[in-house]
Every structure is written in C-alpha cells, then in structure tokens.
Design a protein around this ligand. Structure first.
Ligand code: SAM
Length: 345
C-alpha cells in the first residue's frame, strides 16, 4: 500500500472518503516515476521563489507573498491543481476594513448578533460594493486568471470559492483568459448571509426578507485546456485532465453537503474565513486525478487548503500576503491535518 493509500484509508471513514482505489498502477511504473520526478522538480523550484517560504510539515509550504507577484515568477506549466478561497470583495482585506474587523466594528465586515450566549464570527458584507469596487474586482481576477493559466499544467483544474452575489463577475474573468469552465461545485451550507428583515423597520415589515438566506456556496471549476488529443493522453503526459474519483464505484460529484467550520478548527486557526477540513479534503483530493503534482493556494488565509493537502500526502504550496495570517497558517496546518472529520483530534 502506498503512503497515500495508507493516509486515506486511515482517515477515509472520518473525513468522508470511501476506501481508496489502487494508486495509479494502471499508468505503469515508468510513467508514474516520470511524473514523480517532474513533481519533485516543480516542488523544489516553487519553494525557492520566495525567501520567506516556510515548510510547516513535509511537502507543504507557505510563502509570505503577494499571489500575483509570486505567480509571475512561477515557471510555465508547473502547477497541477489550484484550490482557493480568494478575497471575494478585495476590499475586505484592505488595511482599513481589516482593522475595523479586528476591532469588531463594521466596515465591509458585518458582525452578526450573538445569540445563546455565543459570539459569532464577522462575515464580509458584499452588498456594499460600489460599481468601482466591482470594476477593481474584475481587474484583479483577470490578472490573477492570466497568471494562473500560464503557471498551470495543461489539463490542470482550478477550483475557486465565490458567493452567489459575485460569482458571475469573477467566473467570467477565468473564461475570458482561456480557462474552460467545467462546472461548479456547490457547497451546501447554512450561512449567515441574507434572511434579514428591512433594517430599522423589522416590526413594520415582519414578513419580509430583503434577500434570501444563503444556503449554498458556488465554487467555480475551471481547467486549463489539455495539450494532448485526449484526456487519457494528457493524464499520461502531465498527470492531469480529469478529476479523481471518490472510489471505483463513485465519481466526484458537484454537490457536497457541508457543515460550517467547527469550533475546534477555528480555535486552531483563528482566521475569519476558515473553510472546514471535511469539505476541503474532498475537493483538494479531486484536483489531482492521479495524486501526483503540486497543489497551489494563492490566498492561503488560515491554511485550510494546505492542511487538507497535507492530510492527503499531496505536495502543496500557498501564498499569503498578510504576515500574521501566514504565521497562523504555519502553526495550524500540522494540527488541522491531524483532525478527524468531526473536528476531534
Ligand atoms: C478568504 S481568505 C482565505 C481563507 C482560507 N481559505 C482559509 O480557509 O483560511 C483570503 C486570504 O487572502 C489573503 N490575500 C488577499 N489578497 C492577497 C494577495 N494579493 N496575495 C496573497 N494573499 C492575499 C488575505 O489576507 C486572506 O487571508
């Protein structure tokens, strides 16, 4: 049994994955070895782009860097999969809004009322974005998409979190630069967005909800076009082109039920937008169809993508521009990786 299979079968039941199918024996030893050598070369090159790169656990690295600057230095055709949750509104991580969130006071961050004696985490409020903000958002995503297209290997998948208000704007940027849209993964989750009565007139309009309570999160699924004639030929050449099945009997599906991030995870990684391990392990696993290659998370935040990759024994690297969060992620990754799907250690 390969180390990958061992990791998955020991964590399989708890992280919602079925027993794994045999590791790519169908590819042949020589072809597998060639892909592994390429993986090692890419891994070495990526770790040396930024001097501040730390390795919180073997095979997983975090660079304190701006994603766009870092991507521009990545060798062409090197990243096999990208899973990320970007700053949707951009402005929420700008100095002034971020400071307001840290102080617990407004800006683009909405502080949900506490109930049952428990405080709830701030959530970014995207309805306040101006036309100008949306334009900046488009420009940012277009730049990011262009750089990502160059850096990814042909057939590599990119999965990017969004929300129902902004997904049309952001997803269009990826198609415009040449990614193929391959669908959306819908994370079914109870959020705290929407569902409120008109502000200041809650009693007068007690039967009115201004916007629906959001119960899902769209993740755009894109692929860099394959370079070979068929997906199978692309898989042999690059190790990419398809998505990894859940098991021999079960394909990867595009609707995934997901609980909000558990308290145990938020305690380990106190980032306001931390995604749950249970969900992240499923999607990160899917982007490397053969389990070979390097996964990239441009907007690492609290490290949930990288921790999921570590759990799967995938090579992964992330960039995070905020030094404090990069430190949070480095501390959290080895611990998040150890968690069972139910949040217990
Ligand atoms: C939505 S959060 C990611 C949360 C992450 N998925 C998690 O589970 O913890 C986005 C992160 O991107 C970072 N960020 C914003 N702009 C960036 C840029 N240009 N380069 C790198 N990181 C950036 C922010 O500091 C923030 O931590």
């Amino acid at each position: 049994m390969s180390p990958l299979d061992a990791t998955l079968s020991s964590g399989g039941a708890v992280c919602g994955l079925a027993e794994d199918m045999p590791f790519p024996s169908y590819l042949g030893e020589k072809a597998t070895e060639t892909l592994r050598v390429a993986e090692q070369q890419v891994w070495r090159a990526l770790r040396h782009i930024e001097r501040s790169t730390a390795e919180p656990c073997p095979g997983v690295a975090v660079a304190t860097a701006d994603a766009l600057r870092w991507l521009a230095a990545v060798p062409e055709d090197s990243i096999s999969g990208c899973v990320t949750d970007p700053p949707y509104g951009l402005i929420e991580y700008e100095e002034k809004n971020h400071a307001k969130m840290k102080q617990g006071r407004g800006g683009v961050w909405r502080i949900p009322p506490s109930f049952d004696g428990s405080e709830r985490s701030p959530v970014p409020r995207f309805t306040v974005l101006t036309e100008q903000d949306r334009k900046r958002l488009s420009q940012f995503f277009s730049k990011f998409a262009k750089l990502a297209l160059r850096a990814m290997v042909p057939g590599g998948h990119l999965l990017i979190a969004s929300n129902p208000l902004l997904s049309t704007t952001t997803f269009a940027c990826f198609e415009k630069v040449g990614f193929e849209k391959r669908g959306e993964v819908i994370r079914l989750v109870q959020t705290l967005r929407g569902g409120d009565r008109p502000k200041g007139a809650e009693g007068e309009f007690s039967d009115v909800t201004v916007m629906p309570r959001a119960c899902w999160e769209p993740w755009g699924l894109f692929r860099k076009p394959i370079s070979e004639k068929t997906v199978s030929a692309n898989l042999r050449r690059w190790g990419t082109g398809g998505l990894r099945r859940v098991s021999g009997q079960e394909p990867f599906r595009d609707v995934i039920e997901s609980a909000p991030t558990r308290a145990a995870e938020r305690e380990i990684s106190p980032h306001p937008s931390l995604k749950p391990q249970r969900f992240m392990r499923q999607v990160v696993r899917a982007v490397l169809p053969l389990g070979i290659g390097v996964v990239y998370d441009p907007f690492t935040g609290g490290g949930s993508t990288l921790a999921a990759a570590a759990r799967l024994s995938y090579k992964a690297i992330g960039t995070e521009m905020d030094e404090d969060y990069a430190i949070v992620a480095c501390r959290a990754i080895p611990l998040l990786r150890m968690l069972h799907g139910d949040g217990s250690i």
